[in-house]
Design a protein around this ligand. Structure first.
Ligand code: MLT
Length: 326
């Protein structure tokens, strides 16, 4: 009797495998939903739409963007984790949702390193220190002195606890030893509108959302958190050049699927992303916005799995050192 059961179980497993790979062969047979954990128009939305456009052509099915906001992106990430692992629901996660949130949410509903199938990095997105156009300081040194002297009167915008803008400005504020009033938005798309409008004083944001505003002269950019200047903003100094070497801040956006999504399906989506990142037009659109495009070694599921682990290890002590959030 036990032999019959084992034989049946093996048959069932084999059948699933065959069906899975057969299903993968036809994948996709209908549109794919790509969840973006922040408001439309922000950096994660923009890079997602740029690669999704090319990937849709490769996969032969439309990739539909669904903006799901809340809790610094963890609401959307929880929804994506619980979605059917059939390849038709994906999410663009980033340094916040899939690394910093671990230390910021003790009861986080998901484990970024184990509850998702990593697909691949879309792009690195360096982070800048920004302020409204008429903010008095003219350079980073003056910014540091001014914020230290006036923190209790200042409003800092961010995209929710756990977001990149929240986490990187948490690093900045802990370096400066200040705790300004923080104003959450559903993404740095709307936060940037508030900065341009002068409703808030300063924020930290990913370069993709910053380049158009700096080029239009609607905000001030004091420094970038990467070792080198960015070709899209050659006049913006590095934080190190400008006298704040401790502000090392760069983010990334990447594609993930729910845990259990069949490997052949993951491989197909990852190959489509790889093709998009090799496409001249797609590359130019991302590079013009200051993105850092991953070389072949940094692409694909394995490289992303390693990045998630190393970024959790990178940001957890920073967040712990910053102390209680309020
Ligand atoms: C966005 O797209 O709004 C950002 O990625 C939010 C953030 O993490 O700062």
């Amino acid at each position: 009797m036990r032999f019959v059961c084992r034989f049946m179980a093996a048959c069932a497993g084999l059948l699933m495998l065959v069906l899975g790979s057969a299903g993968a062969q036809d994948y996709p047979t209908r549109p794919i939903t790509l969840i973006v954990p922040f408001a439309a128009g922000g950096p994660t939305d923009v890079v997602s739409r740029i690669v999704a456009e090319h990937m849709s052509r490769t996969l032969g099915q439309q990739i539909v963007i669904e903006n799901v906001v809340g809790a610094g992106g963890t609401t959307a990430s929880t929804r994506a984790m619980r979605a059917n692992p059939d390849g038709y629901t994906l999410i663009t996660g980033h340094m916040g949702t899939h690394a910093a949130s671990v230390a910021l949410y003790p009861n986080l509903a998901y484990n970024p390193a184990t509850d998702f199938e990593p697909i691949g990095m879309i792009a690195g997105t360096p982070v800048l220190i920004l302020a409204k156009k008429d903010f008095p300081p003219k350079d980073l040194k003056e910014f540091v002195a001014y914020v230290k002297a006036n923190a209790d009167k200042l409003n800092m915008a961010h995209a929710g606890v756990g977001s990149v803008s929240f986490t990187t400005c948490l690093l900045l504020n802990s370096i400066l030893g200040v705790k300004p009033t923080t104003i959450p938005y559903n993404g740095t798309g709307p936060a940037m509108n508030a900065l341009v409008g002068g409703q808030v004083d300063y924020m930290c944001d990913q370069i993709v959302n910053v380049v158009p505003q700096v080029q239009a002269g609607t905000i001030k950019a004091y420094a970038i958190g990467t070792p080198e200047r960015n070709p899209a903003l050659p006049d913006v100094p590095t934080a190190k050049e400008a006298g704040l070497p401790q502000f090392e801040a760069s983010a990334w956006n990447a594609l993930f699927a729910p845990k259990g999504t069949p490997k052949p399906v993951i491989d197909k989506i990852s190959a489509a992303l790889d093709k998009a990142l090799d496409d001249e037009v797609t590359r130019k659109r991302l590079l013009d916005l200051g993105s850092e495009l991953p070389g072949k070694a940094k692409r694909g599921p394995q490289a992303l799995a390693e990045l998630v682990k190393s970024e959790i290890a990178r940001w957890t002590p920073v967040i712990k050192a910053a102390g209680p959030l309020n």
